[in-house]
Design a binder for this molecule. Structure first.
Ligand code: ADP
Length: 495
């Protein structure tokens, strides 16, 4: 057993009758009791016999130096002493004392039962606190002295990746040469100091904290993610795992950092090329669509029904390609953090009305009814016009796409608390439960018999989410398969 059952208690009380009663009760239960009649006397005992005071029963009605001063002094210097106050009424001053760190208050008019109810609770709290202290110290000690096994160290030094181990309080306990050069660490500067001080990156610190807090499932989830973090101008692929002792208790975390700056530069080059090609495809595709429309509308002469049919299909495919190209360009913008290019005060009602009018034609062509309710007097929203247009267009066009002939698409824009809320409700094919959380992932599309013939890139909703996130908003999807879908976007206006 780590703890002895009897506790060292100091009673500080100038009312001799109460002092005597407390003493008798505590000694009667086998605790060791010292007594002081003033704050000065109490401080003297604590200084001379530091280990002899574990719990202090302190009167709040002492003359001279008040009990409150003693509580504040002890909270700074000797936090491990648990303080119980005794007071005539346990009123305002007792509350203040608890605020300053005292555990509870016992009324001077206590009965034996009442005294023990409160005292036992305090003793239990003291024991728990002490146990926690012991565990904390054990955990700290476990990784503070990493055994300096020469073979192990040579293996770590031969890593081409940087390697850093911290204890459970994120203080660095071990690192290899690559880490020393990557993060400019020296043994004197780094060992025993927090990783947040030695490697200034909040993101990196959060990975270490997350690894230690996570259970093994989350830790293994991180393997798949392997995030890339920018530290000191370098792109680092980071992998952090919790370090456990033999009993399975997490005692620290180990991080492996792989410099991917060169690979990232190649990636950027590739995706720049991709963007350039997409951009170059945009204008020929638009003119192709226009020319097909001219021929389809009979402006270049009459068409047979077979020709109209074929050209109609060509028009749909061309439209699909234009959407894909736009999606790729939008997606790139978001990846580069450029979803907010130009912040201005926007009248969302006006933007929504214009977007709805633009989309009305394609809805009517499909025999859908489109309704839009806009609340009066909405505040302006500070955001990016292009981004907001993309949010409306993507959500409304999805509802049109995924709602069969004769259905309804209803939109609304209203104020909800501190947000402006945009809602699109349709009664289309809906989203099955397994897809609802995944529709915002890039390239995710639901593959069913009904969606087979509907074209799309699977990028639209991830673009919408990227834009909404960049505006500190949120988006939420609800659906019952077969009964339609509802998308709700909340944008903070901060009023
Ligand atoms: P896509 O280009 O495929 O439409 P999105 O990212 O916009 O890509 O949407 C992802 C998937 O979510 C779609 O493929 C579709 O399966 C589903 N989805 C989106 N909106 C709706 C909706 N209003 N009704 C039913 N399914 C939808």
């Amino acid at each position: 057993m780590l703890l002895k059952p009897s506790i060292n208690i100091l009673v500080v009380e100038n009312d001799i009758a109460i002092l005597k009663k407390c003493r008798e009760l505590l000694i009667g239960e086998g605790h060791r009791v010292r007594a002081a009649e003033s704050v000065e006397e109490a401080l003297d005992i604590i200084q001379k016999h530091p280990g002899d005071v574990e719990i202090m029963l302190l009167s709040l009605e002492l003359p001279g130096w008040g009990g409150m001063t003693l509580i504040k002094t002890l909270q700074k210097a000797r936090r491990e002493i648990l303080i119980m106050t005794i007071s005539a009424n346990c009123g305002e001053e007792a509350m203040e004392a608890m605020h300053a760190g005292a555990y509870d208050c016992i009324r001077k008019s206590f009965t034996t039962d009442r005294f023990w109810t409160k005292m036992n609770r305090a003793i239990e709290a003291f024991r728990l606190r002490r146990q926690l202290d012991i565990l904390t110290r054990q955990r700290q000690a476990a990784l503070t002295h990493v055994p300096r096994d020469e073979n192990l160290l040579s293996i770590l030094q031969s890593f081409t990746d940087a390697f850093v181990v911290t204890d459970w309080q994120t203080n660095i306990v071990l690192f290899n040469e690559k880490a020393a050069s990557m993060f400019d660490l020296t043994r004197e500067k780094a060992l025993g100091r927090s990783i947040s001080v030695c490697i200034r990156s909040d993101e990196l610190l959060s990975f270490f904290v997350r690894a230690m807090k996570s259970d093994s499932t989350l830790a293994s989830l991180m393997v798949g993610e392997e995030p890339v973090v920018q530290v000191g101008g370098k792109d680092l692929r980071v992998h952090v795992d919790p370090v456990k002792n033999e009993a399975g208790t997490v005692i620290g975390a180990a991080g492996l950092f792989h410099d991917v700056s060169t690979a990232s530069a190649m990636d950027r080059l590739k995706s720049d090329f991709f963007s350039m090609v997409s951009h170059e495809l945009k204008s020929p595709l638009s003119s192709l669509l226009m020319q097909i429309s001219v021929v389809l509308d009979g402006l270049a002469g009459d068409l047979t029904s077979k020709q109209s049919d074929l050209l109609g299909k060509a028009k749909e495919k061309t439209k699909g390609m234009i959407t894909l190209v736009n999606d790729i360009l939008d997606y790139r913008r978001i990846q580069e953090g450029k979803s907010i290019q130009n912040i201005e005060n926007l009248d969302l009602a006006e933007i929504l009305k214009r977007t709805v009018e633009l989309m009305r034609l394609s809805a009517e062509e499909k025999g859908l009814s489109l309704t839009c309710e806009i609340a009066e007097g909405l505040p302006s929203f500070s955001g990016d016009r292009g981004g907001m247009e993309a949010v409306f267009v993507n959500l409304i066009s999805n509802s049109i796409k995924y709602t069969p002939k004769g259905g309804n698409v209803n939109m609304s824009l209203s104020k909800a608390g501190r947000d402006i809320r945009f809602k699109v409700v349709d009664n289309g094919i809906g989203i099955p439960p397994e897809g609802i959380d995944r529709v915002f992932e890039k390239f995710y599309r639901i593959k069913t018999q009904e969606t087979k013939s509907i074209s799309g890139s699977g990028l639209g909703l991830s673009i919408v989410k990227g834009i909404v996130d960049a505006h500190n908003g949120s988006i939420h999807a609800e659906s019952q398969a077969g009964k339609g879908a509802t998308f709700t976007v909340s944008l903070p206006v901060g009023e």
